[in-house]
Write a protein that binds this ligand. Structure first.
Ligand SMILES: Cc1cc2nc3c(=O)[nH]c(=O)nc-3n(C[C@H](O)[C@H](O)[C@H](O)COP(=O)(O)O)c2cc1C
Length: 261
């Protein structure tokens, strides 16, 4: 299967609630996950992992954790995306790797190791960091410091979702269907795939071939209420027309492929 254009993949992707029996090629799934790994993360800290589930017994447990949603068991594979609540944990190895690759200078690598450990780790310094950021913020821009368990989880979740989105679009580009799912019990979903309490599951993604495709893509709020120029509330000129053109192109592609079929 050849990847379609980016535009086509973006509009083609839809949340699939029912999957056909069609299996997913193992090599293709591996390729999609290799693409997923290219997703960006803050400081390249990569605070996420993904567990691909094919085992029917584990899928059954996962479905129960996902409030019984049928797509989890129907899909030939399910990818569980997990956020690392210790987002600085891997920075030492990552810095060494980037320096060895030549992507980072040794000096930058040393700086990142120290800075990321301070900003995202060093839990015992949380009160000092919170106070410091608040004080500095009175005088000049201060970076957001994720302080406390919930903030670190939110920080790692933000990074994980970019990886998950990369996966959704990669799958669409390669003719596969997915359903991003947050309707789940994160603790049960985590346990179903053997992840420790260090991990938090924000999203589970069944992947396969849709049993049926929607006639029209789902709606979005008017573009001029969502995309602004310079100041919130001033619509970016032309954005509504661009939106309409995108959907028109999708419509003519679907009609063309229906005529060819
Ligand atoms: C973070 C997130 C969580 C979602 N959780 C679920 C879910 O648990 N079950 C489900 O059927 N759809 C879920 N969806 C799918 C949305 O309902 C769907 O993306 C939205 O209605 C837009 O439709 P579309 O994806 O087909 O364009 C989720 C989507 C996102 C982005």
């Amino acid at each position: 299967m050849h990847p379609t254009s980016f535009d086509a993949a973006v509009v083609r992707r839809h949340a699939t609630r029912h999957f056909a029996d069609t299996p997913v090629d193992e090599a293709l799934l591996t390729h999609l996950l290799a693409l997923t790994r290219r997703a960006p993360t803050g400081y390249d800290a990569q605070p996420w992992c993904a567990v691909v589930v094919r085992d029917p017994a584990i899928k059954r447990r996962l479905r129960a954790a996902c409030l019984g949603q049928a797509q989890v068991e129907e899909a030939p594979a399910v990818v569980v995306f997990a956020a690392d609540t210790r987002p600085a944990a891997k920075i030492g190895a990552i810095a060494a790797h980037n320096v060895a690759l030549g992507a980072w200078s040794p000096r930058y690598g040393r700086f990142m190791r120290r800075y990321v450990r301070f900003r995202l780790g060093s839990r015992w310094l949380d009160p000092v960091k919170a106070l410091g950021a608040w004080l500095v913020g009175w005088f000049r821009s201060a970076p957001y410091v994720p302080v406390g368990r919930h903030a670190r989880r939110a920080y790692a979740t933000k990074q994980t979702m970019l990886a998950a989105q990369t996966f959704l679009l990669a799958a669409a580009a390669h003719g596969l269907d997915t359903c991003p799912m947050e309707g789940l019990d994160p603790h049960r979903a985590r346990r179903a795939v053997g992840l420790s309490r260090r991990w938090w599951v924000p999203l589970v993604v069944p992947v396969g071939v849709a049993a049926t495709r929607p006639q029209v893509p789902s709606g979005r709020v008017p573009a001029n209420q969502q995309i602004f120029l310079d100041r919130a509330g001033t619509p970016l000129p032309g954005v509504s027309a661009a939106d309409a053109a995108l959907l028109a192109a999708h419509h003519s592609r679907t009609q063309r492929s229906a005529t060819e079929a």
